[in-house]
Design a protein around this ligand. Structure first.
Ligand code: FDM
Length: 208
């Protein structure tokens, strides 16, 4: 059996605070898996290229004001359908997903069950990797930009909510290690997940 054959792809999600290293690690993982000959794409949420994504981007840049529930629902509406991609055999590496949606909105004080509700039924990831970096350490990494949520006290609250969300199915990777060491662990986790999906692991839905 050619392991690169046309069984379904894997949904690999990276989560973590701002500056935890998700975005660069997603890029490295993409290059690695492509080099191995897999059909793979890297996505990121929010996807700022869509019309909803542009509203989100303006909000994050403090160029527009929206109430907390409205922006939560926009983030939800921004999560594109992945099912067909996965079924066609493409693996998706996704930089942030519903867990960001819940952790960031809950950190503002919104009810957690309410935050999950619009995302019930989305495709569940095959593996969620949490890049664990203490908020203080993340803040030191080149400093934050100007976006709305890039503040130490707020990121501390987000970290608490991430920790409440994570369960035994998550893979926690210590993001304070060297880039190479994080990269090696991500490669192993991704390969394992891809092989499990190719062997027929069924797709499931979120928050059910
Ligand atoms: N964010 C991201 C949310 O608040 N909800 C969501 O559903 C998602 C996907 O948007 F501060 C927040 C997290 C982050 C900000 O994300 C922009 P990037 O990864 O920095 O683009």
């Amino acid at each position: 059996n050619d392991i690169r054959g046309c069984s379904r792809g894997s949904l690999i999600v990276l989560e973590g605070l701002d500056r935890s290293g998700k975005t660069s690690q997603c890029g490295n993982l993409l290059a690695y898996l492509q080099g191995k000959g897999f059909s793979v794409e890297a996505w990121q949420f929010p996807d700022r290229s869509t019309s909803v994504g542009k509203m989100i981007s303006a909000y994050l840049a403090n160029e527009s004001q929206l109430d907390d529930r409205t922006i939560h629902l926009l983030f939800s509406a921004n999560r594109a359908l992945m099912e067909n991609k996965l079924k066609s055999g493409t693996t998706l590496i996704v930089d942030r997903y519903s867990y960001s949606g819940v952790a960031f909105s809950a950190a503002k004080g919104l009810n957690i069950e309410w935050c999950k509700a619009p995302e019930v039924g989305l495709i569940a990831p095959d593996v969620v990797v949490y890049l664990d970096v203490p908020p203080e350490k993340a803040a030191e990494r080149g400093g934050y930009g100007l976006e709305k949520y890039e503040q130490l006290d707020f990121q501390g609250k987000v970290a608490e909510h991430y920790h409440n969300l994570l369960d035994s199915s998550w893979e926690i990777v210590d993001g304070s290690q060297s880039i190479e060491s994080v990269e090696r662990q991500l490669k192993d986790l991704a390969m394992h997940s891809i092989l499990t999906c190719q062997r027929g692991k069924p797709l499931t839905n979120l928050w059910s």
